[in-house]
Design a protein around this ligand. Structure first.
Ligand code: GDP
Length: 209
């Protein structure tokens, strides 16, 4: 079983000091309605796991899920929601910026983008924040079931080109939460970031806890 299937909600953090101790985490970012919750649910094989982040009071917080062994998946607040007041938007920016810059346990960011309109201005702002931190980004171009195969492949090629022009640490793949396509490809990237692939079952038995 993939470790991502063991995901359990831990807490919602409103400030950096509220983030739980961790030995490694992967943050999911994306515009509101990009399909971020659905992608998290597809990866964890849960129907409703990430919708905890959408419950009242949690949408502006950083939501932590443990996948065991002190590793975490982190659901960052969706951005670009038009009805959010400017003051709230600013406080998200500060918190998100601090988290992305200073959280040492952060191994990489999964950027969820709707394959029909990827690389929006706000996605590029986020990428520009991440770039100086040297952290890797893996983009999931989701809802690809809504595109023809040819259009999806063309989009992937274009986005990969744009990301590669920014950083060699930026990558992308196609994904569909509806059809569950791209799940294993994404798991392989995330597993490597978290050092999960290096842990053989024998090693786990030798080092309990
Ligand atoms: P979030 O706001 O980024 O967390 O987005 P959601 O996961 O709530 O998805 C927003 C909308 O897009 C919902 O209506 C989902 O059913 C739909 N959606 C998400 N992923 C997919 C997908 O892979 N394929 C299709 N066809 N629809 C999707």
């Amino acid at each position: 079983m993939s470790p991502f299937q063991q995901a359990v909600f831990v807490l919602s953090a409103a400030a950096l000091e509220q983030c739980p101790p961790s030995k490694g985490e992967i943050a999911f970012a994306g515009r509101s309605n990009s399909g971020k919750s659905s992608a998290l649910n597809a990866l964890t094989r849960r129907r409703r796991l990430a919708f905890v982040s959408k419950t009242p009071g949690r949408t502006q917080l950083i939501n932590f899920f443990t996948i065991g062994n002190d590793r975490h998946i982190v659901d960052l607040p969706g951005y670009g929601y038009a009805k959010v007041p400017e003051a709230t938007r600013e406080s998200w920016r500060d918190f998100l910026g601090d988290y992305l810059r200073t959280r040492e346990e952060l191994r990489g960011i999964v950027l969820i983008m709707d394959a029909r309109h990827p690389m929006t201005d706000l996605d590029c702002v986020l990428l520009a924040w991440i770039l100086p931190t040297g952290r890797p980004v893996h983009a999931l171009l989701t809802k690809t079931d809504k595109l023809s195969h040819t259009a999806a492949v063309q989009t992937l090629r274009k986005v990969r080109g744009e990301l590669a022009a920014m950083s060699q640490n930026f990558s992308a793949q196609l994904f569909s939460s509806l059809k569950k396509t791209g799940v294993e490809e994404a798991e392989a990237v995330l597993g490597e970031w978290l050092g999960l692939s290096a842990e053989s079952p024998a090693e786990k038995i030798k080092t309990p806890g």
